[in-house]
Design a protein around this ligand. Sequence first.
Ligand SMILES: Cc1cc2nc3c(=O)[nH]c(=O)nc-3n(C[C@H](O)[C@H](O)[C@H](O)COP(=O)(O)OP(=O)(O)OC[C@H]3O[C@@H](n4cnc5c(N)ncnc54)[C@H](O)[C@@H]3O)c2cc1C
Length: 398
Amino acid sequence: MDLREEEEKEVVVVGGGICGLATALALHRRGISSTVLERADSLRATGVAIGIFTNGWRALDQLGVGTKLRQTAIPIQAFRDISLDKGSQREIPFGKGELRCLKRSDLIQTLANDLPLDTIRFRSQLIAVKFDPVTSYPLLQLHDGSVIKAKVVIGCDGVNSIVAELLRLKPTKLCSTYGVRGFTNYRDGHGLSSEFVRVRRDHLIMGRIPIDDKTVYWFVGRPWNPQDSNVSKDLELIRQSTLESVQGFPEEMVGMIQSSELESLTLTRLRYRAPWDILLGSFRKGTVTVAGDAMHVMGPFLGQGGSAGLEDAVVLARCLAQELSMVGLMPEAERVGAALDRYVKERRMRVTWLSTQTYLTGMLLETSSLPMKLLIIVLLIVLFGNSFGHTRYDCGHL
Ligand SMILES: Cc1cc2nc3c(=O)[nH]c(=O)nc-3n(C[C@H](O)[C@H](O)[C@H](O)COP(=O)(O)OP(=O)(O)OC[C@H]3O[C@@H](n4cnc5c(N)ncnc54)[C@H](O)[C@@H]3O)c2cc1C
């Protein structure tokens, strides 16, 4: 590594997605300044929208942005699950629980707006990390040849995390499903009920959630096939192939795809970190750790990946702030190490359970074998009796 332009920083967050920005904001709220390295040249909000349940809203409230964000999205009152195979439907009212669907751009922008100026450094792509042989602090090498020596590094760099590689975490795995997501805007209002509606048939799933009175977010999950690599580059092809796959679905939902905003469409091959890799993974090395998808990417089957990243941010900042406030008891690097160990301990079981429930829910969609389906249903009932129980989780005060 070339050390010519070495620069020193206290805390470096790698990645300016939902989790990286939330982590920087949580640290800022606890009086710890950080630098966010983001490889893109501006804030990016890939993936259209994001459903946030009670647990995510609790984390956003701790970050001080919950009230502002609630103004951008209507509350969803119930979940309606329709099976076209069985011709059945069930409705689950949310009762005291909270679900709202946020535009990702609103979430990203709101988190970023509350950060001090110059916290985010764009066009800063991390290409390698190693430890300084003298101080044992991490050295970050960026694509432009510059090197940053940081006291703490938090990898929020997503599914192909370079920081996770340093921790020797097993690579993330590909799901056999892909997700198409989009918005549909209705100039005179959509007139839909404030429900999260999910329709299933064979291995295909489509959901829609209103964001506000005029905009609806929808997604389709279906098995991946090799032609999809070409489709993903052409927005009109994404729309056409999605329309073909949902033939026979309720007209209202098919029409939503037909009239969707073309530029909003994204097609993503889904990835996950296996629950057993999360249970056994080593998430801290020296003063380096990971959070968000870099730690626990999971399929979107529970809509919890982003909220889990928000929870990580709150817990991580709390652990660091508490440990660093105990001045003089231990050398700083050891205190940071102790804080990161507490963070990992607190998060490990939470994200293992979340990813297990997500994994089983995804397998239920993907498998064709009846005995396997029955086994998964039994496991889901035994392990997760209440399918929305995970949304009641409280990550605690910042
Ligand atoms: C189809 C689908 C639907 C979903 N729906 C929901 C939902 O309803 N609710 C929910 O809570 N979650 C949902 N999720 C999950 C959620 O989108 C993710 O968990 C969340 O966006 C992860 O945020 P992150 O900040 O950890 O990672 P990312 O959003 O991937 O951000 C990583 C950032 O790091 C940057 N970066 C990467 N490498 C480097 C590098 N080397 N140097 C510098 N910068 C780098 C990237 O440019 C990016 O900005 C869904 C996911 C999918 C795929």
